[in-house]
Design a protein around this ligand. Structure first.
Ligand code: AMP
Length: 417
């Protein structure tokens, strides 16, 4: 029988005093649903497949049992967590450290885009927990002297559906070869795909399957709406909504890296505090942008789907789908950025005539029709001139910037010659 959410405590689930204390220090009063369901099985030493939506507390669901097992049998290189993105890996490491700080847990994070040397030094300290993206972890396994995961006790694949995409397949196979078969394995995924099923058969032993949410559902505290917009007036709708919600934190999702840049310049030109984040930016710039957003310097994060997964930004009030994703599952991940951990949130989709099919697919996937957001074209039309001026100025600014960059590069090349 599964314990009641909100009634049961971490101690009731079998979590030891020190870790329960750590949860309360983090402000986690009671376990979330996925934690309620996963932790007792994990403490009994079972393998797990957890289907849990973003923001459900799944990191705690695997980190707490691992930390408890580590306390019982302290050992270096005890657990390895794999994540598809650098940001998520860093967040997972942060949660391990926050939960394990009282018991002296050490972690290393191995992700691309950051100097190998610093990571090698961190590995030299023989941490308990290693969190990483598959490519960089493998790089260290092959090239960092003295680093091996041959005595590993726990492997976690977070966002397993993504880790099992073709881009990581080879690396995951090689990592599985480099770690012992006799271990506990936890597989967490927001969506269950055939590939996840395949991996499950390949590397889990009689796993307990836990589904904290129906497959593609979103949390009840999330208000989802759409507004049908003529493509030409999309920016006006966006600006109107953002201006109305100026005291809130928002994430605006676009399809391409270019449009994150352009759109944030347009919004800034109009006096809104927007910042872009996309896969095209360097790791340092991405973290910088995220920090500006987290600290409140900027309250609008304009992003691609790179940012739709795994980023832990606790206080997003609103998600706007400026572009409707063609892959319906991306929608679930995007809107999962708001209404996290029991809070409420709003998701508004701006659907134009070319995106309607995709939007219907999203509704079908969720098995429900979404209500209309009450905003009419006539209300946003007065913004049209200002918005189109801002777009023109922004395009000019961006052209100038890229011209300057080219000129600079040209000069360096001349000097080199
Ligand atoms: P996750 O799904 O692991 O990314 O967690 C989402 C957010 O929920 C993080 O900010 C966690 O700190 C927070 N969180 C996790 N477990 C709990 C809990 N039991 N109570 C309150 N917040 C939690």
């Amino acid at each position: 029988m599964v314990a009641d959410e909100g009634q049961t405590t971490f101690r009731d689930l079998g979590i030891c005093e020190q870790l329960a204390e750590a949860c309360s220090t983090l402000g986690w009063r009671t376990p979330s649903r996925i934690q309620l369901e996963a932790i007792p099985h994990a403490l009994q030493g079972k393998d797990l497949i957890g289907l849990a939506q973003t923001g459900s507390g799944k990191t705690g669901a695997f980190a707490l049992p691992i930390l408890q097992a580590l306390l019982e049998n302290p050992q270096r290189f005890f657990a390895c967590v794999l994540s598809p993105t650098r940001e998520l890996a860093i967040q997972i490491k942060d949660q391990f450290e926050a939960l394990g700080s009282g018991i002296g847990v050490t972690c290393a994070v191995l992700v691309g885009g950051i100097d190998m040397m610093d990571q090698t030094i961190a590995l030299g300290k023989r941490p308990h927990i290693v969190v990483g993206t598959p490519g960089r972890l493998l790089d260290h396994l092959s090239n960092t002297k003295g680093f091996s995961l041959r005595s590993l006790k726990y492997l976690v694949l977070d966002e397993a559906d993504r880790l099992l995409n073709l881009e990581f397949e080879k690396e995951i196979d090689e990592i599985l070869e480099a770690i012992p078969r006799d271990r506990r394995t936890y597989l967490f995924s927001a969506t269950m795909t055939k590939k996840v099923g395949k991996l499950q058969r390949a590397c889990l032993k009689n796993p307990v399957k836990i589904e904290a949410s129906s497959r593609y559902s979103t949390v009840d505290t999330l208000k989802q709406e759409y507004v049908f917009v003529p493509a030409k007036f999309k920016d006006c709708f966006l600006v109107h909504i953002l201006a109305e919600m100026s005291g809130s934190t928002s994430m605006v999702f676009t399809r391409t890296c270019e449009s994150t840049r352009l759109l944030s310049v347009v919004l800034r030109t109009l006096g809104l505090k927007a910042i872009p984040i996309s896969g095209q930016m360097s790791q340092a710039k991405r973290l910088g942008a995220l920090n500006k957003f987290k600290s409140g310097d900027c309250n609008i994060l304009v992003c691609t789907d790179v940012a739709s997964r795994g980023l832990d930004i606790p206080s997003v009030d609103m998600v706007i789908n400026y572009d409707i994703p063609s892959n319906s599952k991306d929608y679930i991940h995007r809107v999962g950025r708001t209404a996290r951990a029991g809070r409420s949130g709003v998701a508004i989709s701006l659907v134009n005539q070319y995106e309607y099919e995709w939007f219907l697919q999203i509704e079908n996937l969720m098995g429900k029709r979404l209500p209309k957001f009450p905003l009419e074209l006539d209300e946003v039309k007065p913004l049209a001139e200002r918005v189109s001026d801002a777009r023109r100025i922004s395009l000019m600014k961006m052209k100038e910037k890229s011209g300057n960059r080219k000129r600079k590069r040209g000069r360096t090349e001349d000097e080199e010659e």
